[in-house]
Structures are given as structure tokens and as C-alpha cells.
Design a protein. Structure first.
Length: 63
């Protein structure tokens, strides 16, 4: 069975050209990440827990 992938950009990618951002897609057990400027170059997948830890870490750094 093939999983349908629904990509989404950050809400911070608005304005300007709007394409200078990464996109993510939530899969069943992983999160897929790709460059929105060149999605044909492939994607990186990480475990959901690892992605959650990364996002939490980035929120801590940016405050």
C-alpha cells in the first residue's frame, strides 16, 4: 500500500517569494522534510519523536 503524502509549508514562508522554506509531511511513523525550492531533489525522513525534539529545541533557542 502506498501512503499519500500531503506537504505543507511553515506559516513563516509567506511574503516575498514564499518558496524559501522547507516543507514537511506527516507519515504514519515518520516525518518527511524537503526543500520547497527544489522538491525533486528528494526528502529526508526522521522518526516523529526526533522531529518533535528538534522543533522543541528550535523553539527554545528562538525565545
Amino acid at each position: 500500500m502506498t501512503e499519500t503524502v500531503s506537504w505543507r509549508k511553515s506559516s513563516y514562508s509567506g511574503g516575498g517569494d514564499g518558496n524559501t522554506c522547507v516543507e514537511i509531511a506527516t507519515l504514519r511513523t515518520r516525518v518527511a522534510i524537503r526543500d520547497s525550492k527544489d522538491p525533486s531533489k528528494g526528502m529526508l525522513t526522521v522518526q516523529v519523536g526526533s522531529f518533535t525534539a528538534l522543533v522543541q529545541s528550535l523553539k527554545t533557542v528562538s525565545t
